[in-house]
Design a protein around this ligand. Structure first.
Ligand code: NAD
Length: 373
């Protein structure tokens, strides 16, 4: 497919920037999907894409996803993303990230970057040498560091909202939760759930992690290939995507699916199938937005307390999604899209009718970041 055909096919993006530098070998694409709500924030992924077309499709898709995530989270952020074509194990250098940083800077705050697959906090520190429009920088530079405790806290709030909606209770005490994946997010989630008095079962393909978490929190484990279909109240996917698929869906024994993993539904239709089965699904991009809330607080001048407080918003956001799902008779993943789209539309209208009277017109949004260089 030709470049413009691909761009047209994958949504209404505002701006797409190709970044190239022969000397340091930089080949990157920045996609700004929508800035109605604020500057487009989204991570930079470094990946050895098979083709430039693959890289473009990925950045178009991911940047659009960020628009929905930020909107449903109630943040004044738009959606954007960047991809660097290259092998993160072989092609990283100071010059590459600083050159990329200069490209980010040339957008004057319309796009703000962060870590993603294949990039680290150290790479962000190089980008920060060329632009203030980067988040997830080291704590020593005024950054917010590891977002996973905040993502996990948002997931806990999401489980509370789901339990309130489905089981009509405010307490997680005695609730049987199966956590799949004991990485950064899953391990923090187990800690929070144990504090709430839940009965937690864990699973991971890494046996050492399982032993460590079971010993530390006195919880039980189940085989990694059995956790999805284990008998529980809440199944919390915190590992890889597409865990709700044709093979697993008819075997689920949970009442609620609520976890931190991205892209939990193999396909959209699996969300509809969950609804038909009477299983409440907390849409992934709504329940796992705590990490994004954390970097948003970094833009305002970071405070760990404020970031934790902000993640509590996930509770209300999900209740809103469940309410739309009920009133419109659609599955929750579709209700989440409706919530996100409605907010963007209403703010766009407000812009149109009250232009010039906005508290924070886009042109001044770059002042949002207190880390001006
Ligand atoms: P991580 O790499 O630290 O942990 C993932 C864990 O899942 C690992 O321990 C891995 O061994 C385990 N795992 C992989 N396949 C498994 C399987 N089949 N069964 C059981 N365990 C398996 O990743 P993370 O940062 O904790 O992120 C977890 C998920 O949450 C990912 O989908 C990620 O995209 C999403 N997410 C993370 C954040 C964040 O703040 N880190 C924010 C939003 C979304």
């Amino acid at each position: 497919m030709l470049t413009f055909e691909l761009i047209e096919k994958h949504g209404d993006h505002e701006e797409i920037v190709y970044c190239h530098d022969r000397d340091c070998g930089l080949k990157a694409i920045i996609a700004v999907h929508n800035t109605t709500l604020g500057p487009a924030l989204g991570g930079t992924r470094m990946w050895p894409y098979q083709s430039e077309e693959d890289a473009l499709v990925d950045v178009l898709r991911l940047s659009k996803g960020m628009t929905y995530k930020a909107s449903a989270a109630g943040l004044n952020l738009g959606g954007g993303k960047a991809v660097i074509i290259g092998d993160p194990k072989k092609h990283k250098s100071e010059a590459l990230f600083r050159t990329f940083g200069a490209y980010v800077n040339s957008l004057n705050g319309k796009y703000i970057t962060a870590e993603d697959v294949g990039t680290t906090v150290h790479d962000m520190a190089y980008i920060f040498m060329e632009t203030p429009y980067v988040t997830g920088i080291p704590v020593s530079f005024g950054g917010s560091g590891d977002p996973s405790p905040f993502t996990a806290h948002g997931v806990l709030m999401g489980i509370k909202a789901s339990v309130k909606d489905k089981l009509q209770t405010d307490s997680l005490k005695g609730l049987r939760v199966a956590v799949q994946g004991l990485g950064s997010v899953g391990s923090h989630l187990v800690e929070y759930l144990v504090k709430e008095g839940s009965t937690v079962t864990v699973a991971d393909i890494d046996k050492e992690k399982v032993t460590h978490i079971c010993d530390k929190f006195n919880v039980t484990s189940v085989d990694a290939d059995k956790v999805v279909t284990s008998d529980c109240d809440v199944f919390a996917p915190c590992a890889m995507g597409a865990v709700i698929n044709d093979q697993t869906i008819s075997k689920l024994k949970c009442k609620i699916v609520a976890g931190g993993a991205n892209n939990q539904l193999a396909e959209h239709r699996h969300g509809d199938a969950l609804m038909e089965l009477g299983i409440l699904y907390a849409p992934d991009y709504v329940i796992n937005s705590g990490g994004l809330m954390n970097v948003f607080v970094e833009l305002e001048g970071y405070s760990r307390e404020r970031a934790f407080e902000k993640t509590m918003q996930v509770y209300d956001n999900l209740l809103q999604v469940f309410s739309i799902s009920r009133s419109e008779g659609v599955a929750t993943h579709r209700a989440a899209d409706t919530l996100a789209e409605k907010r963007i539309k209403s703010i766009a209208n407000l812009r149109q009718h009250h232009h010039g009277r906005m508290a924070r017109p886009f042109s001044t949004l770059k002042e949002m970041t207190t880390r001006q260089k």
